[in-house]
Design a protein around this ligand. Sequence first.
Ligand code: IMP
Length: 224
Amino acid sequence: MNFADGISKKPARSTRAMYPSIPRRVLIATQNAGKVREFRRLLKGLAAQFLGLDELPSVPPPSEDGSTFLDNARIKARYYSQHFGEFALADDSGLVVDALNGAPGVHSARYGGDELSDEDRTDLLLSRMSDVPRENRTARFVCVVVVCDPKLRDDFLHAQGTVEGRIAFEKRGVNGFGYDPVFVPHGERRTTAEMGSEEKDRLSHRGSAIRAIAPALERLLLGG
Ligand code: IMP
């Protein structure tokens, strides 16, 4: 999180110092509608104007060819902040299943092929785990959030959140998105798709990552 350090080195009489009440614009740089809903809820208390990609001219997504969540989150945040000249917040997230050697992991959004729906992917995961007993169905959702400043191409803020749990034997619930109908957080009987949005935010990987990055993001937003 090294560009928080850079803020204190900027001149004191910056535009931001003179007009601190003008909210910064921050782009929520994801095409995933489920993530946008969660980010908007989680970022509500921060003093910024959050924009969605749907409010800007459309642009093809970058190719997510990194090998880690951090690489891919950084690719997305940097690409959109450079393209639009805005602060951009992006995440890369996914479901890491121990019995599948960490799959679908960074490939969660494309598991089984691009043509599958979220529901097809969840069915595929359940079918690949049909012989796995309850005690070996451990898994976790991981989320890495990155924020890029358009002026600082190679510098960025980042934070990670994780929620431990297990894969259910069947789909349950209609809330959330993606693999929520089959993920049961540790200490729970319900899937995250059976929880209300505030409840999911309190325990989710995305909630933890946003809470971890919030103090540095606030300093950045107040900077010059
Ligand atoms: P990406 O970060 O855009 O590459 O996609 C992450 C993928 O992981 C999503 O498309 C979902 O399939 C899955 N995923 C990430 N976070 C969640 C979540 O909170 N609930 C359910 N699925 C998730």
